[in-house]
Design a protein around this ligand. Sequence first.
Ligand code: GDP
Ligand code: MN
Length: 397
Amino acid sequence: MDLHEYQGKEILDSFGVRIQRGIVAHNAKEAVEAAKQLTAETGTGWHVIKAQVHAGGRGKGGGVKLAKNLKEVEQIAGEIIGMNLVTPQTSAAGKKVHQVLVTEDVYYPGDSETSEFYMSVLLNRATGRNMVMYSTEGGMDIEEVADKTPHLIYTEEIDPSMGLMPFQARKIAFNLGLSGTAFKEMTKFVMALYKAYSESDASMFEINPVLKTSDDKIMAVDAKVSIDDNALFRRKKYAEMRDLREENPIEVEARAVGLNYVDLDGNVGCMVNGAGLAMATMDLIKMAGGEPANFLDVGGTADAKRVEEAFRIILKDDGVKAILINIFGGIVRCDRVAQGVVDAYKNMGDAMKVPIIVRLQGTNAELAKEIIDNSGLAVQSAVQFKEAADKVKAVLS
Ligand code: GDP
Ligand code: MN
């Protein structure tokens, strides 16, 4: 689950990580009030207005702007709220901005003493360990840094039994070229950041930029945070931060009925039990010359009700031209699944607009094939993977 910048900063703040101060506003008037309050609290004269959407690269898309007085705060907030923000990380349609974060300005004009760093904490899947990834090249696209100057990206692997050790935090501060007060601040920053990451069950904390101010404070200017969905049951406070407006509406609906669904761009919908078989089925669709329209794991039960729910979710995607059902009947018997498919299909009535190919393997597979073949519906059965692929190819052409 992704969070907004302001929510990520709230978590950071609660773990003692220094942040650029900010207040959320939903309209221009609130933005002005927020700016006044920030001036009273921090003494800042200038403010930054930042679009709150689940996408990076907001600065490049015109979603982060400096306001030098209250009139500009009002004007810029008015422009940004309600706009469709297009950034390098959104689709061409962009994302609608519902709220902005009004922040203190922490950069001072003509100040050569500030520097921007990149820092993230995430899981290194290759080693199965958490790591701190960091770079002197902050404020820029980290993908671009990785591409052009990979030697400027450092990683520090964390031993799961020890956690991040103080000597590692010192090494990071040293590699970032810091000394004196800034060095000490950075070690504190890194230790607190790692604590925030591990104690919130996050899968990522990305702070870009981390700023060193001219008076040697280290602070988070941006925060991109993802919390592990599987941990939300024990992180109620963070679960409440979910903003469904930012998520794919079909995925939101699928989650509500307990289906494991990921929306993709292709033309063949698929319904599978088990994540591994679902991955293999997506490969199968590609081999048949199609593109998967989704990833969908229906899980252990595949009765008529569940199959129908899955059909309805899959068909919400207008791009779907065919549906491939690939179910292994181990505990669940294939004939029961086949009957479920037939019943669900009939229940759908006119809503079922595309051909269906069903591959059922496992207990009572022969019986299942009979049920499908004798149903009189536009449902084709297949036994082998290859056969299923050929039938998908045939209905697409
Ligand atoms: P992103 O573009 O979505 O990554 O959003 P960021 O929060 O990283 O902001 C984009 C850029 O705005 C940063 O890289 C900074 O250079 C700039 N920025 C952020 N805060 C301030 C500020 O307080 N003052 C000034 N002048 N620039 C800022
Ligand atoms: Mn950023």
